[in-house]
Design a protein around this ligand. Sequence first.
Ligand code: CMC
Length: 391
Amino acid sequence: GGITTIDPGYKNTGSCESGITFLDGEKGILRYRGYSIEELAEKADFLEVAYLLIFGELPTKSELEKFDRDIKEESHVDEDMKKILDGFPKSAHPMGVLSSLTNALIAFNPGSVDVDSEEEMYNAIVKILAKFPVLAAWTMRKRKSLPLDYGDNSLGYVENLHKMMFARPNKSYEPNKLVYDALDKLLILHADHEQNCSTSTVRIVGSSHAGLFASLSAGISALWGPLHGGANQAVIEMLEAIKADGGDTAKYIAKAKDKSDPFRLMGFGHRVYKNFDPRAKIIKKSAEEVLGDLGIEDPVLDIAKGLAKVALEDEYFVQRKLYPNVDFYSGIIYRALGIPTEMFTVMFALGRLPGWIAQWKEMRLRKEPIGRPRQIYIGENSRSFVELENR
Ligand code: CMC
């Protein structure tokens, strides 16, 4: 029989049981495998958090070393992948390129598709954790017309990512702990967020037993949208527009409230957080620290803080429980680190990768059925075909 109720946007529909991430939107609590995001951001590094999310426990020293070694062994990317990258125009958005390259990886790693056993899963997981930062860095280097780089396996995961993005020919690469720590923290804060749009996409694509890489490629596409991960790029563009407009925050608040105006305050509001987004709290503080430490003054940070102050006191936002989300201040840090605006959502994807993987693995190991929602049909009733000449 047909169904009689629907839930557009799945606002009140649970799709799975999950043991990965706990989120309490009223209290502003976020935990990975039981560990608070505040503590992980402070004490762990990104690779440890990736291990925790994917395998359920914090790694021991030797487990972490093995994981790191296994990843490093897979850090090469088939040279023919460069030809695919070459085919894109320089102006191509890095998210589209990244999603395409992630899908293209399947052709060069066919063994990573049909994975059923935990060992096969492990191999596919290690492959993508190793190659994804290479591809992500390539998307940036392509835009900047820089030669491609495979990084340096003597470095840690995040350090290597940074080097692959920023190393320049004929110029020594300067390691910078401050920059690494800021990046590490941001990646950890993005690493999982239970059944958000891109993660649900990864799970549903994977539920047809399409492989991990295909599922991830779909997740990247979902993340790209401005209502989801694309908001971090949209926030900076919005702040820049406000700056160019003389810093008139009140005007933009009014636009956001005006229901006949499609403009929304980017980086504000969340489906689940109705009190505050704990990630935004940490990132705001971190933005102030990083800019201070690097001696950068970015007028856009003041505009962001001003905008948030006005919005948080405005009845429209208070009534609807709209607060700054993870994307509101993150771009200010990325910018301070020299990351171009079009790369912001790629940084989000790099951070979210372990979460997507963990959720895909959980879905497969729990042998979840194929995802297939129902509908209520509202189209035409049965009709007789009309020949072309009679229409
Ligand atoms: N600016 C102005 N009004 C807003 C905003 C906003 N940013 N967000 C929500 N509202 C209003 C919305 O118009 C609605 O008003 P009314 O009840 O009068 O119709 C009410 O608040 C509830 O919003 P909703 O659109 O029904 O809520 P949702 O859960 O469907 O959407 C959201 C959540 C995040 C898509 C939305 O808040 C939004 O578009 N925010 C801006 C984009 C953004 O920052 N996205 C990043 C989300 S967090 C990280 C991530 O997922 O990547």
